[in-house]
Structure formats: C-alpha cells, structure tokens
Design a protein. Structure first.
Length: 259
C-alpha cells in the first residue's frame, strides 16, 4: 500500500473522480453495481482498458468477483480496477479465492516546476496509427493480431473520455514520429491526465520522451489544469524516470486479473 501523507496526496480524490468519469465517458455502455460499474466496448473486446469493472465506491468485497463475472462473462478474461487502497485491501482475499492475481498501478502527480514547451506538435490519430501498431509487439510479444488491433484502435474511443483529448508527437529530423503521448484534460475542474507515453525503439535514449512529456505538462498548465497526473506500474522502471521528471506518487489503484 502506498502512503498518501504528503501534501500532494490532497489531489487524490480529484484524480479518482477524473479516472471514474473518464472510463464512464469512454465506454460504449456501462453496467452499474453497488459501489462499482462495468465499462464495456465490443469494438475493442481484447482491450482490458475498455472492458473491466471499476470499483470507485464502498463495494461489498465478497460481491466483487460476482460483479466481474456477470459483466465480463462474454470475454476470455476478467479484469477489475479498485481505486481506493483501503477498499482494495478488503477485496484482496475474496479476489484471490476467486483465482485473481493482483497488480498495482501507481498514481503520480506532477509536483515539480512546469517545464518549458518541449516542441512536440499536436497530431491526429491517423499519423500515430502506424507507429503505435509497430510499438505494441515490443510490449505484448505474445499478443495475437486481433489483440494488437484493439490496443491500437481503442485510441479512437478515448476522445469521448474527457472534455479535451489531444495527441502529441515529436519527430526526427527526417520527419518520422519518434515519440508520442496522450493528454486528457478537464479544464473546468483543473485536472489533466498524461497517458501512453511511448518512444519508438530505434529512437530510445535521444531525449524524445522528455520532449513530449514537457509538451504535455506545459499544455496542461496553460489550460488551467493544476492537477496533472499519470499512471505507472509499480513494478516497472518508468516510475523512476517520472520521479526524476517531477512526479510524486500520491496513491495507487489495484488491478485484479484472471485469465
């Protein structure tokens, strides 16, 4: 469990609300349960990000496995996020008994100074489709072609998730996309999420990721978003890089999966 005693942790409820609203708005359809809801999209059935149960309230821990089974019975996997750490702790044993394995996603808020614009420019999804498709086998080498297709094309649904959704990319001197990032913003509440920051493998270590991240942070700040956050797996290296870029862990959410 991640400590939330720092001043930045006061942003955690705003981050939780943003995530809950984003998943609801992105979904093709939803199913409500006490303390939770399912998001579903048959167009991207292989994408867990588009088909899962999200616990954002006081769920009955013993009931959660049944909610996930009911909502995702038509899919070959079962997946759930639990936003609150205390609720996740209570859900752990029932989910383990039901055969789920748990992972942890960190919620990291930007607490450093806002950088200067990194020079990345806004692009449409058509420009990103090829590079995104080429990148996924690196992260999911065992994924079938139809799985990769859903992981790529699901970006189309993301434009529904927030009031402002923008994609930024930085290019090589030859004009090739070198790195990209998503930026989801709700200027009315002052919250922005930075997501899916990826560098093309051939261009790793050349500063491109920093440039797209700096761009997203500056654009979010200029739009009036004082809460700027991203997610990172607790057991993966990018969280350390984000720490060096001014991000602080303010909490975590649990991932429960069964295949």
């Amino acid at each position: 469990m991640t400590s939330t005693s720092s001043p930045a942790a006061s942003e955690l409820p705003r981050v939780h609300r943003f995530l809950s609203d984003f998943f609801r708005r992105q979904a093709a359809r939803t199913v409500d349960f006490p303390g939770a809801f399912a998001v579903l999209d048959d167009a991207y059935r292989h994408s867990r990000g588009n088909n899962h149960v999200l616990v954002d309230g006081a769920v009955d821990p013993e009931a959660l496995p049944g909610y996930v089974e009911e909502a995702l019975a038509h899919l070959p996997y079962r997946f759930s996020y639990v936003l609150d750490e205390t609720v996740a702790e209570a859900c752990r044993a029932p989910m383990e008994r039901a055969g789920y394995r748990e992972g942890t996603t960190l919620l990291m808020a930007h607490t450093g100074p806002v950088p200067e614009h990194g020079g990345a420019r806004e692009v449409g999804f058509d420009e990103l489709r090829g590079p995104v498709a080429a990148s996924w086998p690196r992260f999911a080498p065992a994924a079938a072609p139809e799985h990769i297709r859903d992981l790529v094309e699901r970006r189309v649904a993301r434009v529904r998730g927030a009031d402002v959704v923008r994609f930024f990319a930085v290019h090589t001197p030859a004009g090739e996309v070198a790195a990209w990032v998503d930026l989801y913003m709700d200027p009315a509440t002052g919250v922005a999420q930075i997501e899916d920051l990826v560098t093309v493998e051939a261009h790793l270590g050349q500063g491109y990721a920093g440039r797209v991240l700096d761009t997203a942070l500056r654009e979010a700040a200029d739009a009036g978003c004082s809460t700027r956050f991203l997610t990172a797996h607790a057991d993966d290296w990018p969280r350390h890089w984000y720490g060096r870029k001014g991000f602080t862990t303010i909490g975590s959410m649990a991932r429960f999966e069964r295949v």
